[in-house]
Design a protein around this ligand. Structure first.
Ligand SMILES: [Zn+2]
Length: 150
């Protein structure tokens, strides 16, 4: 057991198939990954994750999952930071989209209200013009009739 965990440090970069981002839960072979404590002199009491199958049959220099616990947590924190950053961008984009939609709705409402008020003002103005034109036209007609009579 102590030899196995000591060898893990040397072969960690050489393995690619057993490489897992974040906290490993299952090995590529389908077996669960279990937490263990190193007994090697180089890494005494250092915690690591290891494929349960590899532990059972005491494999060494294999490509089954192993990972130092501190590195796994560091990876997990980095992965979570990345995910949080992406979520923040998504939330910001959604907010901008919502604000834009609200702005468009408000703009449409204002345009409709302004058009309604303009039509109201124009129709009132037409009524005023008609009210003042009728006596003027009548007055002109009377003047024309009177000028012909006289
Ligand atoms: Zn495995």
């Amino acid at each position: 057991m102590s030899d196995e965990s000591g060898n893990l440090r040397e072969v960690s970069s050489a393995r690619s198939r057993g490489r897992v981002v974040g906290l490993p839960k299952k090995c590529w072979c389908g077996e669960l990954v279990i937490p263990l404590i190193s007994k090697s002199t180089a890494n005494r009491y250092r915690r690591y994750f290891r494929c349960d199958f590899a532990v059972e049959i005491r494999l060494t220099n294999d490509n089954h999952t192993y990972k130092w616990v501190n590195e796994a947590f560091l990876d997990e924190v980095e992965a979570l930071s990345f995910r949080i950053g992406r979520l923040e961008q998504t939330i910001l984009a959604e907010r901008v989209k919502e604000e834009r939609k609200k702005f468009e709705e408000l703009k449409l409402k204002l345009e409709t209200e302004i058009c309604a008020r303009m039509e109201d003002v124009v129709s009132k103005a037409k009524c005023e013009v008609n009210k003042t034109l009728v006596p003027v036209v009548l007055g002109c007609l009377i003047m024309v009739v009177l000028s012909r009579v006289i």
